[in-house]
Ligand binder design. Structure first.
Ligand code: TRP
Ligand code: SF4
Length: 446
């Protein structure tokens, strides 16, 4: 049976490669080489998929502006799963991205029933301080709470003009019992993703949203709504007879006369360069030498002049999840299965010493056969979090498969690393409270 991705139930995904055929997610490997200095999650295949990433790779490489946007639902402790998103945000900032981070308190309130005060406290004390501790800089950064961001709420309402109940029900399994605020929170997430492109923020700009695969339904819906909101659609067409290629601009939502204006702009600007146009009722066909970038720019400006949005369809990346330290899924209802970023370093080390490994029944057997790191949650900690050095990672693999090192020793090393990492992070999280005003966050600690 085809699997369904549910953003609120954290379904376990057994086979990530299926997501390519079933949902049309593209393999990240295809765009990896276009990046000058990819993040370790990308090189290690943890970020495995994308939609529309080419424009982001292009922006990074050619130092063009782009936005990195993410949202966190402030419902509980920030853990190492959230750290994966946070690390990527910090990395994109270093690559020149403008950082926009939303605290999804509307979603937490609507879906998980947390009070606004709880959302605020968890949002700041767990998520925002962790992000700052992991290296987020205040320059070119905007952090907001959904409930306090009027443009997001207004845009969410507007996006609601393009989706009906049947579509929502088909995507999310909503029924007559689903609370309306839950449905609104879906639109709010769409607005999170799109609002940076409003004229009062950056205007139309490439946006990338790194998420876990469970969030893909939101991404697909938002990409779909964005194109429905736009007035014009640019398409590459091919002449049936001659096989020659040309551009076509469709005015699917455009006001009277707007297409005609675009045609005039094309003639005035590119007629001299031999570009020819043919206007029909709903589209203009364009022949001759005009680049995609030139055409896009012209159409964008015309759309903005007519009060349209001219959204650039947002891009996304998808990462795999770590499994829980106790085996199976990482879950906040099983405390030993995960480690919080605010956790006491000693307690985290203990969890690692108890973790499920890919070790054998007995020491003799392990010396003989070696361990199975690909079934080991401790190895996953190395892979995701404990080392940036690929050689060190390979050494862990070798020591494991050769049986040179047994799990006890291997776990001890990981536990020591974790303890050192968290000791440092706790210090930085403390310091982050003093930096909150630099990020425009007004907060009094209780
Ligand atoms: N729904 C996301 C979660 O459960 C949080 C979120 C809200 C989000 N708005 C977003 C994620 C925008 C990415 C982009 O974690
Ligand atoms: Fe895991 Fe290390 Fe044991 Fe190998 S030796 S199974 S990597 S804990």
């Amino acid at each position: 049976m085809a699997q369904k991705l549910d953003p609120w139930k954290s379904t376990e995904i057994s086979d990530y490669s299926k997501l390519f055929e079933e949902f049309g997610i593209q393999p990240f490997a295809e765009v990896l080489d276009a990046l000058p200095d990819p993040h370790k999650y990308m090189k290690r295949g943890i970020v495995f998929g994308h939609r529309g990433y080419e424009m982001i790779a292009d922006a990074i490489k050619n130092k063009k502006p782009f936005v990195i946007l993410d949202g966190f639902m402030p419902t509980g402790k920030a853990h190492f799963g959230h750290k994966m998103v946070m690390d990527q945000i910090v990395w994109y900032q270093k690559q020149g991205g403008i950082v926009v981070v939303g605290m999804a308190d509307c979603e937490a309130h609507a879906v998980r029933g947390l009070s606004w005060e709880e959302c605020r406290q968890i949002g700041v004390e767990e998520y925002i301080t962790s992000l700052i501790a992991l290296g987020l800089q205040p320059e070119n950064t905007r952090i907001y709470f959904q409930s306090e961001c009027q443009p997001v709420k207004d845009l969410a309402f507007e996006l609601g003009t393009k989706v009906n109940f049947s579509e929502m029900a088909a995507i999310y399994g909503f029924s007559g019992e689903t609370h309306l605020a839950h449905m609104v929170s879906v639109l709010t997430q769409g607005a999170d993703i799109l609002h940076s492109q409003l004229p009062e923020f950056e205007g139309p700009i490439p946006v990338v949203v790194p998420v876990g695969a469970d969030q893909d339904p939101h991404i697909r819906l938002t990409r779909d709504i964005a194109s429905k909101m736009n007035m014009f659609l640019i398409e590459r067409r091919e002449d049936q007879k001659t096989g020659s290629k040309y551009w076509s601009v469709r005015g699917k939502n455009a006001p009277e006369g707007a297409l005609k204006e675009i045609e005039k702009l094309l003639r005035d600007g590119f007629g001299g360069a031999g570009v020819q146009t043919k206007l029909s009722k709903e589209h203009i066909d364009i022949f001759g030498n005009i680049s995609e970038a030139e055409l896009t720019e012209l159409v964008k400006n015309a759309e903005l002049a007519h009060g349209g949005y001219a959204f650039v369809i947002p891009a996304s990346t998808y990462h795999r999840f770590m499994s829980g330290l106790t085996g199976g899924k990482m879950s906040s209802s099983i405390p030993d299965s995960n480690i919080a970023l605010s956790e006491d370093p000693k307690s985290a080390a203990k969890k690692i010493m108890k973790a499920k490994t890919g070790g054998r029944e007995s020491a003799e057997e392990q010396r003989e056969l070696g361990g199975e790191f690909d079934k080991c949650s401790v190895y996953e900690l190395y892979l995701f979090h404990l080392t940036d050095d690929d050689n060190e990672l390979i050494q862990v693999q070798k020591d494991c498969t050769s049986g040179n090192i047994l799990c006890g020793e291997c776990k001890k090393k990981a536990a020591d690393k974790m303890e050192a990492f968290l000791t440092d992070l706790q210090q930085k999280r403390e310091e982050a409270f003093d930096k909150l005003p630099l990020f425009g966050i007004d907060y009094v600690r209780k």
